[in-house]
Design a protein around this ligand. Structure first.
Ligand SMILES: [Zn+2]
Length: 159
């Protein structure tokens, strides 16, 4: 079963990165503790937080994140929970609203992406919710690099 997460307000960047990896992440900005635990329980989500108060009643559903650096945070999550970085699942989810992306025919988005992107790419994805359009441009390549960095470090450790 694939893990799902709920992140607290100080972990916005980590949330985006977990979504890039394809994970379902609710970024929980209103910090009402009881609601947070309820939501985590109801939707079977692991709470990721840097808030020590939240991690106090030791529950197996809370993972306290030590680092303040998002790359290190991502590494912590991947290593602690032994997550698999699956290239086929990467870039399948909108980093802003957590919804799955759908392929969209190229001719439909001609006026919605920069001309250069339109000319140089064949495959485009769209978020069903916010309508944001994604393609594997340089932005994604940078993300790819970070992911490679992190998973390389992980491989070295586990083998
Ligand atoms: Zn979206």
């Amino acid at each position: 079963m694939t893990l799902k997460f709920i992140t607290t307000t100080e972990l916005g960047r980590l949330s985006k990165w977990l979504r890039i990896l394809g994970y379902d992440v609710v970024y929980y900005v209103t910090c009402k503790k009881s609601d947070l635990f309820l939501k985590s329980l109801r939707e079977d989500r692991i709470i990721l937080t840097r808030n020590l108060k939240l991690s106090k009643p030791t529950s197996r559903k809370v993972l306290f994140i030590k680092s303040t650096n998002y790359k290190q945070q991502l590494k912590e999550v991947i290593e602690t929970l032994n997550l698999k970085v699956d290239r086929f699942r990467m870039f399948s989810r909108c980093v802003i609203c957590n919804r799955l992306l759908k392929e969209i025919p190229k001719e439909k988005i001609k006026d919605k992406v920069p001309p250069f992107a339109f000319k140089t790419h064949e495959n485009f994805m769209q978020c069903v919710n916010c309508r944001r359009i994604y393609w594997s441009g340089t932005h994604w390549l940078n993300m790819d690099k970070v992911i490679a960095e992190i998973s390389k470090a992980k491989r070295r450790k586990s083998k």
